[in-house]
Design a protein around this ligand. Structure first.
Ligand code: PLP
Length: 365
């Protein structure tokens, strides 16, 4: 672990050569660090991308992937089922710089076609989406984006590189919150922007180096350790999530279960065709709206109330009052976020402990 902000040189001539770029080597950790480089190389390899730039958080990756390539007068088209802060960047920050943003229902390709008819610089989508687990047709969206002259950015946090390969499906850029399944143990924030050599070197690199959302070497080291067990964790958590989803579908007090692996999920066939696993997040509607949902969350003994996800510990949140509280009721309704909706990130506890905890909390509603 190279826990250092700067680097010493053998001579002023060497410093000059490094700054000129005639000699390879580290200059300053905002520009690059050996531990961070190892994390970047492994993230690029996992994803099947040519290059990767590490960021200090998932939001630094998403805002960076947008801002590094956009300028005043450009247009972004996005599927509106997005992480809450991604929606804030699109709705509140980009328009301040004269960047137009069009949000569409990403499951309706006609809406996307219409939005792209006027051209766009980039398209941003998340699949499965947070928190309603909508599945978007990445290959089709990549084609439509490219026809309109736009690049496609996919937020692949919920799927992980083990279950979904956006670059192979045609995406240009993949963004991650490494805070979630890469660390997987609730310790550090981190992110990644993965794309072509040209995009990463010519467009992302000068943006990150000069604006400073660089990943700390300590966090890179923690994430590298997380990466070693990531596949085992995500597979075990996904297996448990499928069982939890089936359990919830038959539990009292549950009006609806959203899990892409279940045949009753509206885009189950699409999920099965573009994913090799369905992930460890299950969302469900609890009877009795906010009051019913809060009663259940208050009664859980094992599962913690937390808006984080992807941890080895099971975490549950009420999106209406947390991750999506900034949206209006109408905006939430358009996303399928009702007052009774909760999002459960399934961890590594014993499956019977999880179903017992949920069953006991739901049984008393
Ligand atoms: C958590 C999350 C983010 C943001 O990542 P941070 O590391 O918290 O900044 C973005 N997208 C999705 C889908 C997420 O779950």
């Amino acid at each position: 672990m190279f826990l250092t902000s700067g680097y010493g040189y053998d001579s002023p001539e060497q410093a000059e050569a490094r700054f000129k770029g005639t000699e390879d080597g580290y200059i300053y950790s905002r520009y690059g660090n050996p531990t961070v480089s190892m994390y970047e190389d492994r993230m690029a390899a996992l994803e099947g991308g040519e290059n990767c730039w590490a960021t200090s958080s998932g939001m630094a990756a998403i805002s960076g992937a947008l801002l590094c390539q956009l300028k005043s007068g450009d247009r972004v088209v996005a599927a509106r089922a997005l992480f809450g802060s991604s929606l804030y960047v699109l709705n509140e920050i980009l328009p301040r710089f004269g960047i137009a943003v069009t949000l569409v229902d990403g499951t309706d390709l006609d809406q996307l076609r219409e939005a792209l008819a006027g051209g766009a610089t980039t398209v941003l989508v998340e699949s499965p989406s947070n928190p309603t687990l909508e599945i978007l047709d990445i290959a089709e969206i990549a084609k439509l984006s490219h026809n309109a002259g736009a690049t496609l950015i996919v937020d692949n946090v919920f799927a992980t590189p083990f279950f979904q390969r956006p670059i192979e499906l045609g995406a240009d850029i993949v963004v991650y919150s490494a805070t979630k399944y890469v660390d997987g143990q609730g310790r550090v924030l981190g992110g990644a922007i993965i794309g072509t050599e040209e995009f990463c070197t010519d467009v992302v690199q000068p943006y990150i180096r000069n604006t400073g959302p660089s990943l700390s070497p300590f966090n890179a080291w923690v994430l590298l350790k997380g990466m070693e067990t990531m596949e085992l964790r995500i597979r075990a958590q996904t297996e448990a999530a499928a069982k939890v989803a089936d359990f919830l579908a038959n539990a009292p007090g549950v009006d609806r279960v959203l899990y892409p692996g279940r045949a009753d999920h509206p885009q189950h066939a699409l999920a099965a065709s573009q994913m090799t696993g369905f992930g460890a997040i299950v969302s469900f509607d609890i009877s009795g709206g906010k009051e019913g949902a809060f009663q259940v969350l208050n009664r859980l003994q094992l599962i913690s109330v937390s808006n984080n996800l992807g941890d080895t510990k099971s975490l549950i949140t009420h999106p209406e009052t947390t991750t999506h509280h900034r949206l209006t009721r109408e905006e939430r309704a358009a996303l399928g976020i009702g007052s009774g909706l909760v999002r459960l990130s399934v961890g590594l506890e014993h499956i019977e402990d999880l179903t017992e905890d949920l069953g006991a909390a739901l049984g008393k509603v």
